[in-house]
Structures are given as C-alpha cells and as structure tokens.
Design a protein around this ligand. Structure first.
Ligand code: GCO
Length: 479
C-alpha cells in the first residue's frame, strides 16, 4: 500500500527524567527522594554512581533547550521531581521547586518546543517512605493526587501533554520483586500487587483531577512494553504467550485503557492469595479514568520470546545484565507457565536487550487492535558505550537503530495506528539508574566520567544529533 507517512503535526521528541539529568540533589529546598538514599547503599549501583550532580540539567537547562531548538525538536519530555515541589511529600509546597519547572517550561515554549511532562518518574520523596512506606500504604494515593494537582494548576495553562506514571511495571517490579530499585524488596508478591493497585488508583484519580481542571489536556501513563512472540506454533507455546501477556503486559495496559484487570491474571493471583485489595468505589474510579485517557504511552526497547515452561522448569524472575557484558542476563520463568529464552533470530545490545525494530510496529498494532487508542512513543533508543574521538562521537550504530525503528513506526502509521509522538531516549546522555554513566543514550554527549562526579559536563552533539535534525525537518521522509 502507498505510504501516507507521518501526520503533519507529528511530535518529534526526545526525553529525560529528573533524577537522571538534574543533579542539584539538595538545592533550593529539595529534600531527598528514595533514589538519593538508595544509591548510597553499597553495591546498589554501578561503581556507586549517584545522581547528585547527574548532568547538571538543573543549572544547564538553558543550554540544553537551546541545543534542542537548534535541532528543531518539537517536543521535550521531562519529569518533575516530587521532592522539589513537596520536599516532605505532602504539606508545605516549595516555591523554588515550582519556579524551576516554570522556567524550564517557559524556556521550551520560547522555542516552540512542546513540553511533555511526566508527573512521576520513580523519585518518590523519602519522607513518604519514612512516614508510611510510600507506595505500600493507601495514603500514597491522596498525597500523589495532591502533588499532581499542584502541577496541573501551576502548569496546566502551558502544558497540554501529561504522562502520569512512567513504567509502573518497572518501578514496582524492580522495587518489590527484584530488589533492584527502592525499596529493594525481593519476591514480595503480595505487596507488589497491592503497590500496583495503589499506583493505578493514583494514576486514575490524577487523570480525573486533570480533566476536571483542563478538559482539553491530553493524558496517559507510559508502559514499558515488551511485546511477546511465542517461540513456536506448538499450542502450549502459544498458550504460554497468552499467559505471559495477561500477566506481564495487559495487567497494566488493560487498567489504563479499560479500567479493569485481565480476568485470567486476577484468577491466578487469587489462587496464589496475592490479589490486590480494592476499596469501595475503586473499580468505578478505574473505569471512569480509563474512559478519559487520551493515549497509551509506550516505552519500547525490546521484544521477548515465550516458551512453555514445564512444572519442573525454570523458576526465576530473570536477572538483568547490568554489566554491559553480553550474555549475562538470567532467564525468567514461571514453572507450569512460561519462560523467556533469548531470541536467536535477533541481535542484542551489550545489555542483552533484543534489537527488534519491527517489534515497535508490532507494539503499535497490538495496542491499536486491543484498545483503539492513540499512542505516544514516550521512549525508544539505544544504550551504548560511546567514544569521544577528536571531539566527535560517530554513533552510526545509534543512527541505524533509530532509522530502523522510525521506518517501522512509519509503517504503523500507514497501518492506521494513530501515533501522536515519538520521543527518543534520551536527549542528553544521562545517569542510567543501575549502569552509571557508561551506558549512553543521548543525541548530545556529556563529558562525564562513568563512575564519579567528575568531568567538564561539556555538551557535544553526536552524529545522531545532526541526523535526527534532518529527520525532523523532513517529517520522517529522509531517514
Ligand atoms: C537505564 C534505563 C533507563 C530507562 C528509563 C525508563 O539504563 O537506566 O534504560 O534510562 O530507559 O528511565 O523510563
């Protein structure tokens, strides 16, 4: 069929997250987040890296936004640090924190860059963890909605695009099952599902609060979606794939889009005695919010292969490769259900993530078939070891990665999927939560040592920066 290409007003973007770029961890009234504390626990991050300084976006945002403008970026997705706005999580609001994001938003608008705001990208105020164990306690819902509403009221006149939660599946999975993110709990399944329910309620009530204030705002949450392929046409592999999708994908996306949990997943959790507790009215609120969600946010990095796992098979949550040494990730598996072997047909990054451009089209098609919602690709990109050579970074591998993904995204548009935006991860190099500064994603190189708070922090556009500029100029026609 003939290609109609990207829509005229397509938002070509790039993204970041507060903790990963801002630094200034204790400035202007900000108090610690759970990450400020977690990174100080020995052994938790690569060479004990912290985000104390990160890439100092807090002080260098004007230079960063100027570089975005020179590139022609249409949208910049960034997150707000809750503990800048409410240093104690609730109570007293911090004007200086509010002011910083006012300035950042205004700087974007000055160059006609659409600010796309993530309300929560994992940096919960430590005070709430101390007060009542954060997400584990139902009180989090009201505190979250209070924080979100403060943002809506302050910035809603200038910000139209809102992403409430970033990768709820990742921060809860890593926090309560894998012990890799705060609060660092391992296989605490019951709490994990309850925490997720609280997060869904926080998302839902925030969506309703925003729509009450700004009915024309566009809102959704961003899900780390790894579409699943059955390894074979054996019925048991296909069934394993359905099980996996219900438990690992639709469990989140169905709640955002339909306001209900997948039946089979819920039945399974009930059989294990770990199904979440609902308060009266929760089901209705989830439904109402789902009817007001405008898009599905998708962070797309990889796909996964699913194979039937016999009862005496692999029993593991899957250990991530945080070393950058290929082949060190551990296989995930639930005995009697599925396992997730490496896909032999696809290359991988140094962190064992499959490189699967068509998987992006697959993700868009699946979401469109199941939910018929517009889609914001809120993240997609390649983490790599970049080398500074004669003051330049020749990241042809990143260009190739992005080109191939954008080509597939274009096909998804041709297929009829309504794609509103494509944000690469990331704009500048930034702190990788568990990999320090060695795993780089940016269009803009930041002179920053991989493990310490040193380096000049100088910004150097990579080859991919100039390439993306052209992509934007030609609305994705010239790749
Ligand atoms: C990393 C990760 C992150 C995430 C992002 C998710 O290496 O730390 O890739 O950068 O992609 O924070 O939203």
């Amino acid at each position: 069929k003939e290609s109609t290409g990207f829509p005229k007003d397509f938002l070509w973007g790039s993204a970041s997250a507060a903790y990963q770029v801002e630094g200034a961890w204790a400035e202007d009234g900000k108090k610690p987040s759970v990450w400020d504390k977690f990174v100080r626990i020995p052994g938790k991050t690569f060479k004990a890296t912290t985000g104390d300084k990160a890439v100092d976006h807090y002080h260098m945002y004007k230079e960063d936004v100027r570089l975005m403008a020179e590139m022609g970026l249409k949208t910049y997705r960034f997150s707000i640090a809750w503990s800048r706005i409410y240093p104690d999580g609730n109570g007293q609001v911090n004007e200086k924190g509010l002011q910083f994001y006012d300035d950042l938003i205004n700087e974007c608008l000055k160059y006609n860059i659409v600010p796309m705001v993530t309300v929560y990208h994992w940096d919960l105020p430590q005070a709430l963890e101390d007060q009542y164990h954060g997400w584990e306690d139902r009180r989090i819902v009201d505190d979250f909605v209070n924080y979100a509403t403060t943002l809506f009221k302050r910035y809603g006149d200038r910000v139209k695009h809102w992403i409430i939660l970033n990768e709820q599946n990742v921060f809860t999975g890593h926090g309560w099952m894998l012990a890799k993110h705060p609060p660092g709990k391992f296989k605490d399944m019951k709490t994990y599902y309850q925490v997720n329910h609280h997060a869904f309620m926080a998302h839902a009530k925030s969506v309703l609060a925003l729509k009450e204030l700004y009915p024309d705002a566009l809102v959704g949450s961003s899900f780390a979606y790894g579409p699943a392929y059955a390894v074979s046409d054996k019925p048991e592999d296909q069934m394993a794939c359905v099980d996996y999708e219900d438990l690992k994908s639709y469990y989140w996306m169905d709640v955002y889009a339909y306001g209900r949990y997948p039946r089979s997943a819920m039945k399974y959790l009930e059989s294990l005695g770990v199904a979440p507790h609902f308060e009266e009215g929760d089901a209705e609120i989830l439904k109402e919010a789902a009817s007001k969600v405008d898009f599905m946010g998708v962070n797309y990095y990889k796909t996964c292969s699913i194979e039937y796992n016999p009862l005496d098979g692999v029993d593991s949550l899957g250990g991530e490769n945080n070393t950058g040494k290929k082949g060190t990730a551990e296989m995930e598996g639930v005995p009697g259900m599925y396992k997730v072997p490496a896909n032999k047909n696809l290359p991988t990054t140094d962190w064992d993530w499959t490189i699967d451009p068509m998987g992006l089209r697959f993700a868009c098609r699946k979401i469109t078939s199941r939910y018929d919602l517009p889609i914001v690709i809120s993240e997609n990109g390649l983490g790599a070891f970049d080398k500074l050579e004669d003051g330049k970074i020749h990241d042809s591998y990143r260009i190739e990665y992005l080109r191939n993904h954008i080509e597939e995204l274009k096909k998804a548009c041709d297929d009829g999927c309504r794609i509103l935006a494509y944000c690469t991860w990331s704009y500048t190099d930034l702190l990788s939560w568990l990999n320090g500064y060695q795993k780089r994603y940016g269009f803009v190189y930041v002179d920053r040592d991989e493990d310490e708070n040193s380096g000049t922090l100088k910004r150097i556009p990579k080859d991919s920066y100039y390439w993306y500029k052209k992509v934007i100029e030609t609305n994705g026609e010239e790749l």
